[in-house]
Design a protein around this ligand. Structure first.
Ligand code: PHE
Length: 363
């Protein structure tokens, strides 16, 4: 007898297994005490290697004209078993929930889990530290915008129109929709815009310090396209380079320690005359063998440049409505990241902006 003609024997055997299968499955679900046990039972009964699959495989042995009807019976039984599974599952979950609700209330006297405390970013910490030093020297704090008119960032600071800093390669220029075409706007390249804004709206005497983000098209291990500066200036009658040196030397000693050596070197910025750069003695090689030859931080010079400064150019005072015959003043600007990198010997400026908690938590 070929297997595809089937036999009524086969048919009987399938009927018998089906009849026993349903109640056995329901009983197995009934004894499952947890959702995990229940799902395990379901896999044994309805899964690929389960009983029902075996019965289905046996269908081949039934006579061909019976297979369809038997197939429908198998599906009917499967549906019933599925229903029994769902019913047991919901019984188990509601029992669990009821037990939860009836259990003793949780212990409110247990200590809580405390949230980790954050702190200010190292850049903010150092900016505040620097601003505090100048505040204690009598400077007032003022703020300026990061999106600025060319006039405040360059023109009134006596940058000639073809100065390389004004180039597309060096500055981020901003297109302002709806603004007149001659309104040239950029992300400020330094905090010196605050000098222009404050001097144009106040009359001397004044001593102001400011800080914030500035932007330049620069990107390597020591330069970031966004970084931070602190800027300050003082205008009064008969202010000389001696006051500049006095204030900035005192500042450097408060920031780097009372015996820090400070020196001023001539330098050029369009908005000051004379202009200078201030250096402090290298903090990394001072304990050295005296030759400094091995110090990579100061490149064996023994000095670290910390800021630019100078006497405010008379043209700048004039542009801001201050009479240069009567008043003089000095100004200075410094990079905050540089102070941090020098203080902690941080090799890559990008560490300061990635905000990896393993780095930031060390400050
Ligand atoms: N604005 C200058 C810079 O960004 C720094 C500076 C400020 C120099 C004030 C002199 C006086 O490099």
């Amino acid at each position: 007898m070929s297997s595809d003609s089937g036999s009524s024997d086969g048919e009987l055997r399938i009927e018998a297994s089906l009849a026993a299968f349903g109640p056995r499955a329901v009983a197995a679900f009934g004894t499952a005490a947890t959702e995990q046990e229940l799902r395990f039972a379901r896999a044994e009964i309805l899964g690929k290697k389960g009983e029902l699959t075996a019965i289905l495989r046996g269908l081949g042995q039934a006579p061909a004209d019976q297979r369809r009807a038997l197939g429908e019976r198998v599906n009917g039984v499967r549906a019933e078993v599925e229903l029994a599974f769902e019913a047991r599952l919901s019984a188990i979950t509601s029992a669990l929930r009821a037990a939860d609700l009836n259990a003793a209330p949780f212990d409110m006297s247990l200590p809580g889990r405390s949230a980790e405390r954050g702190h200010l970013h190292p850049i903010t910490q150092v900016s505040n530290e620097i601003l505090d030093i100048f505040r204690s020297l009598g400077f007032e704090v003022a703020w300026g915008p990061q999106i600025e008119l060319e006039e405040h960032n360059f023109t009134k600071l006596a940058f000639p129109p073809d100065h390389p800093a004004t180039d597309m390669q060096d500055s981020f220029w901003v297109k302002v929709t709806g603004a007149p075409s001659d309104a040239r706007v950029l992300l400020r390249t330094h905090t010196s815009n605050v000098q222009v804004r404050e001097m144009s709206t106040h009359t001397p005497p004044m001593a102001i310090v400011s800080g914030g983000s500035v932007f330049r098209r620069d990107d390597d291990v020591t330069h970031s396209p966004m970084f931070h500066q602190i800027e300050g200036f003082l205008v009064d009658e008969s202010v000389s380079f001696a006051e500049l040196k006095g204030v900035l030397t005192e500042f450097a000693r408060r920031l780097y320690g009372p015996s820090t050596p400070v020196r001023f070197r001539p330098s050029y910025f369009p908005f000051v005359e004379p202009g200078a750069e201030a250096d402090v003695g290298c903090v990394f090689c001072s304990e050295d063998d005296g030759t400094r030859a091995t110090c990579r931080v100061c490149k064996a010079t023994g000095w670290l440049e910390i800021l630019g400064c100078g006497m405010i150019h008379p043209d700048v005072l004039t542009h801001c409505g201050i009479d240069p015959e009567r008043y003089t003043g000095f100004a200075f600007g410094m990079g905050v990241e540089r102070v941090l990198m020098l203080r902690y010997n941080i090799p890559d400026i990008r560490l300061l902006f990635e905000n990896d908690p393993r780095f930031v938590a060390q400050f």
